[in-house]
Design a binder for this molecule. Sequence first.
Ligand code: SAM
Length: 474
Amino acid sequence: MTKKKRVFEELELEIESIGFEGVAIARKDGVVHFVKNAVPGDTVRVNIKKKKKSYIETFFLELLNPSPLRETPRCEHFGICGGCTWQNLKYPEQIKWKRQHVIDAFERLGKIPFGEMLETLPSPEIFHYRNKMDFSFASSRWLTDEEVANSDEITNKTFALGLHVPGRFDKVVEVNACHIQPKIGNRLLTEVRNKALEFGVTAFDARNFVGFLRSLIIRSTIAYNQNMVILITKGNAESEAEIKFINWFENDFPIEFPEFDNIIHAINSTRSPVAIDSMKMIRGNGIIKENILGEDYQISPFSFFQTNATQLNQFIGKIIEFADLKESETVWDLYCGTGSITLPASRKCKKIFGVELVESSILDAKINAEINKIDNAEFFCADLHNADIPELLNTLPSPDCIIIDPPRAGVHNNLIEHILKVNAPRLVYVSCNPATQARDCAELASQYKVVKVQPVDMFPHTYHVESIALLERI
Ligand SMILES: C[S@@+](CC[C@H](N)C(=O)[O-])C[C@H]1O[C@@H](n2cnc3c(N)ncnc32)[C@H](O)[C@@H]1O
């Protein structure tokens, strides 16, 4: 019996808006249709992928009439690598939609008034703004549609250096040029890839846990104009090809790339993608320096640091402006990370306490406080979501202002309850996820009103938005 070919229903749609997670939306007969790869103002031909009760998911087939809001993506990997999904949308539109998404979160999810919604603070740089990129080697290269169509022309199927295809831990898109990474990164990628292929060294195979080259990390700073590169391999060089490659990396690479103040070879022999067994410093001491609002920060190879340094002074400056601190005041900085808010804020208040889960971040925060001769900042390593967190927080002087900057999942109920008990006059809630921010502000609404909200663009060409909300005690 021959299998009946499934026929998908085709439609013509006009895109009206962009929803959460950056997917374009069209309405037909009152039903929401989600369309990937389209922008508002486009007319597109799609077919129906999935029909749900309240919406329909579609496959993009053809752009019939392009929107005037479209931008030609600069990146040759646009649509494949999954990184900058908004590179086809003009920048002023990107920041307009980011603000709209924060409004939508407060109106539809939080269902609470949000006071004044300021215009999104644009990023000073919209290309080469990322100060950290983590590229992967893989023994399974993602093939583009064109390569698959012309299958006799496929070369290098078993080696790739680039970025993971969204949702695929084993497949990597070969990245020739990435326009958001530090400028030096593209030359680095080309040279490392060429040498690996020249010496015939193997790339990591995550399924079978074999292969030598695992990842290549680049970190940069603006204030001190420093660059760090970390090559991660699965073990020490053993085969002839591996020995030749590592010899090149240790001896010739530093001459070819004088721009790198720090050159590191690290080994990760484990199945965990983030573990490190050992590090060899080929050049430098493993530290680069950045500056935020006059405070110096040490960045070690694997420590957390905000990724858009071009926007950091404005972003942190706005958080401190919202906090409106006085010299006599006590502040809690919850989820303080390495202290990027805590340290500049310490200059404006009497005493500040930072609390954070990750021990290495707390260590960095303490070192950074010392470097800047800050003695009114105290740091605690603790799980803010633990039921016994009030025990620690109750030992601290009561705050005039609490700064809260949680991860995407937002603030745990235990902590919300405790914040309500503490009842500080002001809260500044910083978030990279307006949906959980709005939900949490609604939880706090019995005692706090949202006075104003500032969306900030830290990640141009993506749908991600940072949002700073000022809450005042009612
Ligand atoms: C969005 S980051 C904020 C970092 C910091 N404010 C900064 O600007 O560098 C969220 C921080 O929350 C920390 N974190 C996550 N879960 C936590 C928990 N349960 N308790 C305490 N800190 C936590 C993370 O380690 C991370 O440093």
